[in-house]
Design a protein around this ligand. Structure first.
Ligand SMILES: [Zn+2]
Length: 107
């Protein structure tokens, strides 16, 4: 008995606010819900009896763009960790993600 997808969307949209995105122009969809210790947005949902917590940008990517292969991370092009605008997300390996992070530090 899965809950309808629209129900998840309503819960996501309820907690997202558009904020101007400086590096890319346009808007980041900033998550105003729970944030984990690394600064990423967290979404709690119940699937059957399991209580699951998912990173919101990974969930949005999976719902709107594509599946995420194992060991692949979803990188924020806009560098806003709470952003879940699918246009600001891209797949990256862990080493690519770290390289991007280092490259962008100090700018
Ligand atoms: Zn963004």
């Amino acid at each position: 008995m899965s809950r309808p997808k629209e129900d998840i969307w309503l819960r996501i949209i309820d907690k997202v606010v558009p904020i101007p995105c400086v590096p890319l122009g346009g808007y980041c969809f900033s998550w105003t819900g729970a944030i984990n210790e690394s600064g990423y947005g967290r979404f709690n949902h119940n699937l059957n009896t399991k209580n699951l917590s998912t990173l919101i940008h990974r969930l949005v990517y999976q719902l709107l763009v594509d599946n995420i292969p194992s060991k692949i991370e979803v990188d924020h092009i806009c560098k806003n960790r709470t952003c879940c605008n699918p246009n600001h997300l891209r797949l990256a390996t862990k080493s690519e993600n770290l390289k991007n992070r280092k490259f962008n530090r100090g700018s």
